[in-house]
Design a binder for this molecule. Structure first.
Ligand code: NAP
Length: 414
């Protein structure tokens, strides 16, 4: 067993392993958990209680999660004098599936962001965000129930790859001079420079995961969202490579939108998945006007960033927006919001985002029965109008409860 400096490996749990390209999950898996900064403490406590209760209820003691604290952010800095210790990466890699609260990005810590670093170092290339509405939650749209999508956002490329040079710096000047001289561009000398790489490798592994999800969860369409009309060799290529992977690897299970009209007269054949593509700007209209025409969405990094928040806004905002960052096998499940520092230790915020991320985690483990119990219990709790402050301000005659009380209500409603 690996020796860690501060991580204590629980004796009563077992490691998740990967065999024949599949996760092998014991009945008592060790799940590393990063509590997170700011509101992380409150929402992680609530989440662990809800998850433990659901697993107990679903499997009557036959299964149990054995949590193992690992450290990042402020807690790590106190313990190790480092924001992201190596043994945190090692533990996530070794134990395969982990749960994470939000982290503050230290100013002057030498990181662009702890979250981005975790994703890049662990090669968690798919940022997965399901967005659905829970009955009773206030919404700025007339039919929030029509929104039920899952967004697969590429996590490692695009303008987010961090290849940037500051205006006036040596590197920016060098790149500008070289491009202007050799590529006949006319970039202004006072420009900052960012590079947008999008590769076949990055695109295909993401779209493959999105299509596989549609197959596993019996969803009927996958939409490639891109800005290929303008950025032909990056965004346009993302679309082309997306169709290529669909046709080369999933031929029997999918049809393209062109084929829908050329071969099937616009009538969807039973049991197939429709692969379509939309230009990003039009997609922002579509998710408002016809959200029920979309189920699984695969998209490059920047589009995905905007789109997932825009979709989440329609169903109750950040407090209800779960997420996961997934690589070939390793999955890091986390709330999509930040540390909301003004609410630190106030026992006030909505733990829903982290709890729903844990539901995704249970699903990933194949423990969907426990996950479904939680989702139903959240539905019931909201239907009874017992909610935290954020939902309270969007609902009429609801009862406002604390983070911990909300978790207790969810457990009662299971
Ligand atoms: P934020 O922490 O997401 O909070 C922004 C606002 O969203 C809050 O003031 C609150 O709005 C609402 N909110 C967030 N979480 C909520 C919850 N659980 N329940 C109810 N409402 C919630 O964004 P930020 O203030 O821009 O960022 C703060 C820090 O978090 C920064 O250091 C940033 O780098 C970090 N961050 C981390 C992650 C991550 O770990 N994945 C992600 C984003 C940001 P109201 O005030 O209107 O109630």
């Amino acid at each position: 067993m690996a020796k860690y400096k501060h991580i204590i490996v629980p004796k009563d749990g077992k490691q998740i392993t990967v065999r024949n390209k599949k996760l092998r999950v014991p009945n008592n898996p060790i799940i590393p958990v990063i509590e997170g900064d700011g509101i992380g403490r409150d929402i992680m406590k609530a989440t662990r209680r809800v998850v433990d209760a659901s697993v107990q209820k679903a499997y009557k003691g036959r299964k149990r999660i054995v949590w193992m604290d690992i450290y990042a952010g402020e807690r790590a800095h106190k313990l190790y004098r480092e924001w992201l210790p190596q043994e945190t990466f090692d533990a996530i890699k070794k134990y395969v599936v982990a749960l994470k609260g939000p982290l503050t990005t230290p100013i002057g810590g030498g990181f662009r962001s702890l979250n981005v670093t975790l994703r890049q170092v662990l090669n968690l290339y798919a940022c997965v965000r399901p967005v659905r509405w829970f009955k009773g939650v206030g919404s700025p749209v007339t039919h929030p129930e029509r929104m039920n999508v899952i967004i697969y956002r590429e996590n490692t490329e695009d303008v987010y790859a961090g290849i940037e040079w500051k205006k006036g710096g040596k590197e920016a000047r060098k790149v500008i001079n070289w491009l202007n001289k050799n590529m006949k561009t006319s970039i202004r000398a006072d420009s900052g420079i960012g590079i947008k790489p999008i590769s076949v490798t990055g695109t295909k592994r993401l779209v493959r995961k999105a299509i596989q999800h549609a197959i596993d969860k019996k969803r009927s369409s996958v939409t490639l969202v891109h800005k290929g009309n303008i950025m032909k060799y990056t965004e346009g290529a993302f679309r082309d490579w997306g169709y290529q992977v669909a046709i080369a690897e999933f031929r029997r299970k999918i049809i393209t939108e062109d084929e829908l009209w050329s071969k099937y007269k616009g009538k969807m054949p039973r049991g197939k998945i429709l692969i379509k593509d939309r230009i990003a700007d039009s997609m922002f209209q579509q998710v408002l006007t016809r959200p029920d025409e979309y189920e699984v969405i695969a998209t490059p990094n920047l589009n995905g960033d905007y789109l997932s928040d825009a979709c989440a806004a329609q169903v109750g905002g950040l407090g209800m927006a779960p997420g996961a960052n997934i690589g070939d096998y390793v999955g890091l499940f986390e709330a999509t919001h930040g540390t909301a520092p003004k609410y630190t230790d106030k026992d006030m915020v909505n733990p829903g985002s982290l709890i729903l991320s844990a539901v995704m985690m249970l699903d990933y483990l194949g423990w969907d029965k426990a996950g479904q119990l939680i989702e139903k219990a959240i539905e019931k709790t909201i239907a009874k109008k017992t909610v935290t402050y954020d939902l309270h301000r969007q609902m009429k005659s609801a009862k406002k409860v604390k983070t911990s009380e909300y978790a207790t209500q969810i457990i009662k409603n299971m």
